[in-house]
Design a protein around this ligand. Structure first.
Ligand SMILES: [Zn+2]
Length: 408
């Protein structure tokens, strides 16, 4: 059930659409590129677990049907950015991006993309492609999301912080998240691959949630190597997302992460990746120089908004779509209605964004090595997906020490 605020917002959007405001918004914002961001495509009920991060195949097909019906040109990201820079982008153009590379990208998303002849980009993180384990953080979170037990005795898990039985049903959401975080932290910092797999088995017993369907459906697995090749052969551009979904703290770490990620992508596709997406949306922690040193041409964030000829290529905005986004809100976003509302809010807050200050120049061509942005030019981080991503256990964040060993 949507919150009261959400329901009021939807009623207001329905009224705006009925009086033709979406058409006006589209004319006013036509020059902005709409980059869509997806993560998982449900093979079971993952969208109930993380509705901001997963979307059902039917819902995804509805989105693409709408884009076709409403006449939004869907372009490959690479072409869209070039045309944006050269002032030749068709009005209200869209680029579709997918993060991470969950197995459902192949089984659910690609058939829909194919049916609508829609080009797309997949930012692939390669550690779990090579290892073919379920993403540990998500599997732990899912078992605890699904459990119906009243009391959970976590002692058999061997997590030092969890030394007493928990009245699970009566715990607050924050206390549950803290439990997930403690298990995930222990698994990453203290255990190797096999011990983590055994911990998942023990957790499945304690929660009375069968683990076999989770593993067999591969809901939290990433694409295997054959599936990456198949997705690439289906026309999806495979791009960079770091090998371990990491946010490095030094230039050397960033270089190693990008090089390993690139090596696997080239090995699987025979094509050099050129574009990048910041893992977990943490773009503020990356130095743009690290990206230019790795020959990265563009980088996307999870900050909502359209992209213009003046938007820095290492800080591209995207709209995070998922099952939690009602169809009306998706249409409001694509029309530009929500972009206008964001601009209005920014004005009211007195925060003029960098792109409003820089005069647009249709002849401006971005260079491959962008200058470092001034700190005050960086947009305020308004994570959308990252809100879910930031919840402990929601994302496959930093790898354990054991993960840091070479994996291939
Ligand atoms: Zn990611």
């Amino acid at each position: 059930m949507p919150s009261f605020k959400r329901r009021v917002g939807l009623v207001a959007l329905a009224a705006l659409r009925a009086c033709g405001a979406f058409h006006v918004a589209r004319r006013l914002t036509g020059r902005g590129l709409r980059i869509l961001c997806y993560h998982g495509f449900s093979v079971a009920d993952e969208h109930r677990f993380r509705p901001g991060m997963w979307i059902r195949g039917d819902s995804f097909a509805r989105r693409l049907a709408y884009l076709r019906r409403a006449g939004h040109p869907v372009l490959p990201l690479d072409e869209a950015l070039e045309r944006l820079a050269h002032g030749t982008l068709p009005p209200a153009a869209v680029a579709i991006t997918i993060d991470d590379g969950f197995a459902g990208t192949h089984s659910v998303a690609v058939p829909v993309l194919h049916a609508y002849h829609a080009p797309s980009t997949l930012y692939l993180t390669t550690y779990y492609v090579v290892q073919q384990d379920p993403v540990f953080d998500l599997a732990v979170g899912y078992l605890l999301f699904r459990t119906a037990v009243d009391t959970l005795d976590p002692r058999p898990l061997g997590v030092p912080e969890l030394a007493t039985p928990l009245a699970w049903k009566r715990l607050t959401a924050a206390a549950r998240e803290a439990t997930v975080a403690a298990i995930v932290r222990h698994g990453h910092e203290q255990l190797g691959r096999e011990a983590r797999a055994r911990l998942l088995e023990r957790l499945a017993e304690l929660t009375a949630v069968p683990l076999a369907p989770v593993l067999e459906s591969r809901m939290f697995h990433l694409l295997n190597e054959d599936e990456v090749r198949a997705v690439h052969a289906a026309g999806v551009a495979i791009e960079l997302h770091t090998h371990r979904h990491a946010t490095p703290v030094t230039a050397a770490c960033a270089s190693a992460e990008l090089a390993e990620n690139r090596r696997h992508i080239v090995r699987l596709t025979g094509r050099e990746p050129r574009h990048f997406c910041y893992p977990s949306g943490r773009y503020g922690e990356w130095d743009p120089d690290w990206l230019s040193a790795a020959d990265v041409r563009s980088a996307t964030t999870t900050v909502p908004g359209f992209d213009y000829a003046t938007t820095p290529w290492w800080q591209l905005s995207r709209f995070n779509d998922g099952e939690s986004v009602p169809q009306l809100m998706f249409e409001a976003e694509m029309s530009g209605m929500l972009e206008l509302i964001r601009r209005l809010r920014a004005r009211l807050r007195g925060e003029r964004r960098a792109r409003d200050i820089v005069a647009p120049s249709p002849t401006r061509v971005p260079v491959a090595t962008p200058a470092r942005p001034r700190v005050e030019d960086r947009p305020v981080r308004i994570p959308n997906y990252a809100a879910a991503d930031a919840v402990p256990g929601a994302a496959h964040g930093q790898p354990s020490k054991s993960d840091r060993r070479p994996v291939a």
